[in-house]
Design a protein around this ligand. Structure first.
Ligand code: SAH
Ligand code: SF4
Ligand code: F3S
Length: 444
């Protein structure tokens, strides 16, 4: 008998990518095969994101596309899972365009839900959990290079940044059993992976206690445990919160060569007034102090960020504070957005979304233009330096070149027809763009 096939499109953050891997693992146990060809799938799913309105709009468009498949093959099941499933629940079912809606904590029930779908009888489970961490599930890796794997170490978020929908779609924070995390890191290393990225909305607040209360593991301790799996296994993590990143974490990074020198530290705004309104629990001065601490312990540490332009009541003065912070810190790269109001959040309930779209766009473009110059400045600083790079595969543009990341997360490309994905090589930086270091192989 041929197995039914499942096709999943993944949107949103790295946690969603890892969740898709968890879903494939759960479904594989029940006899489903994964396919990348939508036309042969009997179950078509989108693992969705709600973080900004345009993320959701794209998915509504995809749901219409999926329904074209259903016109040709009536028994196809269309499912929406992930954050948008959690947020829109009944609205998705009421659209009569989907057969299945499952939130981020309901994936163990997917086989049962899929089996119960009948024409006109869609299935839904959007219960959030206080415990679910999918701790013992071995995700089916969907990456293509076999070099770098995601490992979720916690779920949910206990912060209530006023603009953010994530606490509503993913529920309360819970930390996964540290030993299952280490076991998963060991497993992927033995399968040939050379890098793991530990994922959580706020990794610095990771705190796991054993049931008997005898053992407590914080994020710094977890980093040590994973780093000790093998010196050949690189460890990355995301996302750090400026409020919670501790000296202990920074010093732990410095103590292990295989914990990569890169911190993604979302700032969101350079204005104290905005930070307070965003309910971020730090000030500009605190943020700059964390950056100074990181750079004093690890002068070579890569630093990237997220920022939101045009949050409620943002003035030109507030915006200038963001620009001056970007100028001062000199991030390697940044993910830059304009504010998108999310229904149900504190900001949506209490503050008018009163910066007009032209102003939001103009401010965002000013931040982008500045950051492009700063990226180039940051990449230029690496010219002449030597880096150990983990090869990810051929470069996109030239098959005679390989690409891979330096410890600081910058992408390096270099002519090389000998090495392969998963090898470590030493390169010297010759030149750069604002997003790539152009290198050549070096003796070491
Ligand atoms: N947990 C992470 C971020 C998760 S969301 C953290 O706290 O940093 C990823 C990024 O999306 C955020 O850092 C923020 O910059 C952006 N974002 C979140 N909500 C947004 C909204 N309503 N409008 C625009 N950008 C938003
Ligand atoms: Fe959202 Fe803030 Fe939690 Fe990040 S820390 S997921 S921005 S509420
Ligand atoms: Fe989006 Fe949910 Fe991630 S809202 S950013 S997929 S946690």
């Amino acid at each position: 008998m041929t197995h039914p096939k499942v096709y999943i499109e993944t949107y949103g953050c790295q946690m969603n990518v890892n969740d898709t891997e968890v879903i494939f693992s759960i479904l594989a146990k029940e006899g489903y095969d994964r396919t990348e060809d939508i036309s042969e799938a009997s179950v078509i799913m989108a693992n969705t994101c709600s973080v900004r309105d345009n993320a959701e709009q794209r998915i509504w468009g995809r749901i219409d596309q999926f329904n074209i498949q259903k016109k040709e093959r009536e028994d196809v099941i269309i499912g929406i899972v992930g954050c948008m499933a959690e947020r829109l629940k009944d609205k998705l079912l009421d659209s009569h365009k989907v057969d299945l809606v499952a939130g981020p904590d309901s994936y163990r029930r997917l086989p049962e839900l899929i089996a119960a779908v009948r024409p006109g009888h869609p299935q839904i489970d959007v219960m959030l959990s206080r415990e679910e961490t999918y701790a013992e599930i071995n995700p089916v890796r969907i990456d293509r290079n076999g070099v770098s794997a995601f490992i979720s170490i916690m779920r949910g978020c206990n912060n209530v940044c006023s603009y953010c929908v994530v606490p509503y779609t993913r529920g309360v924070e819970r930390s996964r059993d540290a030993h299952t995390i280490v076991r998963e890191a060991c497993d992927v290393f033995h399968q040939g992976y050379k890098e793991v990225t530990l994922l959580g909305q706020n990794v610095d607040s990771y705190l796991w206690k054993s049931d008997d209360g005898q053992e407590t593991v914080n994020f710094a301790a977890l980093l040590r445990m994973v780093a000790e799996v093998s010196p050949e296994l690189r460890v990355r993590f995301s996302t750090s919160n400026p409020q919670d990143i501790s000296d202990e974490v920074i010093e732990t990074m410095a103590a292990y060569e295989n914990i990569c020198r890169h911190i993604h530290l979302p700032v969101q705004s350079g204005s104290d007034r905005m930070l307070e309104k965003m309910r971020r629990r730090y000030t500009r001065a605190w943020y700059l102090d964390r950056v100074a601490k990181i750079r004093s312990v690890m002068p070579d540490c890569g630093l990237t960020t997220d920022v939101i332009a045009g949050f409620c009541s943002e003035t030109e003065e507030d915006h200038k504070d963001t620009l001056s912070l970007f100028d001062e810190v000199c991030f390697d790269t940044a993910f830059m957005f304009y504010y998108s109001e999310r229904p149900g959040t504190i900001a949506a309930r209490h503050y008018p979304d009163d910066v007009d779209i032209e102003t939001k766009t103009r401010r965002l473009n000013e931040i982008i233009a500045l950051q492009n110059r700063k990226s180039l400045e940051s990449y230029k600083k690496d010219i002449g330096k030597t880096f150990k790079v983990l090869v990810e595969g051929p470069s996109k543009k030239n098959p005679e070149e390989l690409c891979g990341r330096a410890s600081n997360n910058k992408m390096c490309v270099f002519p090389d027809t000998v090495h392969k994905a998963g090898d470590y090589v030493t390169v010297k930086v010759k030149d750069c763009t604002s997003a790539t270091l152009l290198c050549e192989l070096s003796e070491s």
